[in-house]
Design a protein around this ligand. Structure first.
Ligand code: NAD
Length: 454
């Protein structure tokens, strides 16, 4: 399988993809390895995963270069991602003991009762390319901490990073049988779906997620889906500094070239601040440095998927044909790599794909609204439900809106962020189940109820 640099479309290297035979062998190895890993004291597992975090930190420069070379992310953003993963590992390892501890719920009288949290067994993690360190960490770190073996299929577009992760997990002390990469694209994923594993955890698009859920439901096995979003953001008329809000929210839309599951994908602005906001927003976007991922100061790098510039062009064409107006950008940038101009559209509405379907790129629609009620109605007018944000000075007004937003995560005066201490979960087409937080640690366990009568 060729590994391509999206900034040049040149082949970086090639790797051998797994097939039925090699995946069967990995599953057989994992079955044996998981038992002794589960019997390893939790404290030892915690120390091993902490060492993994230290190794990521030590090798950050090299790993960031590898990540940037295969996904096109600017080098500084690759480093930010690895630092973010290290922080998540710290939180997960610090909180694992409390999350997995046995709980005595009844201790008096002749009947005592306790809950124990057992590992699932072999966990299958089929993952995405946009934040391979972060979305991978959300799954395989708690899964390993809980005593599971993991078969980790990185996206075919982040294969080298998957192999880096495997290398440092093994160096940290995770047995080779307990964490194994499965290399390949859809075909390797299908082989994993045909197998009888103990839990399936997927990060990726709604389309693939739905398909995976249909396949896994027949197995009666746990399934977690972290899927796409069309995340709305509302700028109210109650702001201290509209320029600052415009800069923060533009970063929420354009960081990582808009290829974040929780990127701001559509913006609603109160009519009283609309003109000032749009002017400041467009000025900010025009200031972004577009360049090769390895170049210092690059903010907009290459898009990972070769076909993506054409997809974004089609969204622009659809919007313009229905009455939208371009404020900047709007087309691919000529050359060998997958580049697209940072694009701002106004006069948009919900008949347009750019306001309804995940763009996952450097493109945003901004729509004027007359009041909070209209903003709320438009924000909730979506099949997705990952995140939603409100910018406003008044906390009570923001809270009132947040409570009515149908999303797994709601933000006040911030956006496009994830906290290890909070559950990360979607609603509707954004998926279900949680990772991160104490909720996400227990996802990789199965509770056992003990009734003890003396
Ligand atoms: P994708 O659905 O194309 O692929 C994801 C993974 O599924 C890859 O590893 C791919 O090889 C595998 N796959 C594809 N077809 C398969 C099949 N038939 N059987 C088994 N496996 C198969 O998604 P992507 O392009 O890698 O990721 C981008 C999407 O992921 C976006 O929609 C983004 O919003 C979403 N995402 C969500 C989160 C979250 O936390 N909610 C985080 C990151 C990305």
């Amino acid at each position: 399988m060729n590994i391509i640099n999206p900034a040049t479309n040149a082949v970086i290297t090639s790797v051998i993809a797994d097939d039925q035979q090699t995946i069967d062998a990995k599953i057989a190895t994992a079955k044996v390895g998981q038992k002794s890993w589960a019997a390893t004291p939790l404290n030892s597992r915690i120390l091993i995963l902490q060492k993994f975090g230290t190794l990521l930190q030590t090798h950050i420069n090299n790993s960031a270069e590898i990540l940037s070379s295969e996904v096109g992310k600017p080098l500084q953003q690759s480093k930010n991602e690895i630092n973010g993963a290290v922080a998540r590992i710290e939180w997960l390892t610090a909180n694992a003991a409390a999350a997995f501890a046995e709980e005595w719920v009844v201790e008096s009288g002749s009947t005592r009762e306790k809950i124990a949290y057992e590992p699932l067994g072999i966990v299958c993690n089929i993952s995405a390319w946009n934040y391979p360190y972060l979305v991978g960490t959300n799954v395989f770190v708690p899964a390993l901490l809980a005593g599971n073996a993991v078969l980790y299929k990185p996206s075919e577009l982040a294969t080298l990073t998957g192999l880096e992760i495997q290398k440092y997990l093994h160096q940290a002390g995770v047995p080779e049988a307990v964490f194994q990469c499965v290399i390949g694209a859809k075909e390797a994923g299908e082989i994993l779906l045909n197998a009888d594993l103990d839990g399936y955890f997927f990060t990726g698009s709604y389309k693939t997620g739905k398909y995976i859920y249909e396949r896994v439901s027949k197995k009666m096995k746990p399934c977690g889906l972290e899927l796409g979003g069309k995340d709305p953001l509302y700028v109210t008329d109650d702001l201290d500094d509209v320029t600052k809000v415009a800069a923060n929210t533009a970063d929420g839309a354009f960081y990582n070239n808009g290829q974040s599951c929780c990127s701001v994908e559509r913006i609603y602005v109160h009519e009283k601040v609309y003109d000032a906001y749009v002017t400041a927003f467009v000025a900010e976007v025009k200031s972004y440095q577009i360049g090769t991922p390895m170049q210092e100061n690059t903010y907009i790098g290459a898009l990972t998927r070769k076909e993506h510039p054409a997809f974004l062009s089609a969204q622009v064409k659809d919007a313009l044909s229905k009455g939208a107006t371009l404020q900047c950008g709007g087309k691919s940038i000529a050359g060998d790599g997958n580049y697209f101009e940072p694009t701002v559209l106004v006069n948009v509405d919900h008949t347009m794909e750019v306001m309804m379907e995940e763009s996952f790129g450097p493109i945003i629609g901004i729509m004027k609204v007359k009041d909070d009620a209209q903003a709320l109605e438009l924000m909730n007018d979506t099949h997705y439900g990952l995140t939603a944000a409100v910018f406003c000075r008044d906390e009570l007004r923001a809270l009132g809106l947040q409570q009515q937003l149908n999303a797994g995560t709601v933000y006040w005066n911030c956006c496009d962020r994830v906290s290890a201490a909070l559950p990360w979960s979607g609603r509707n087409h954004s998926g279900f189940g949680s990772t991160l937080s104490k909720v996400g640690l227990r996802v990789f366990t199965q509770p056992k109820a003990y009734h003890l009568r003396s």
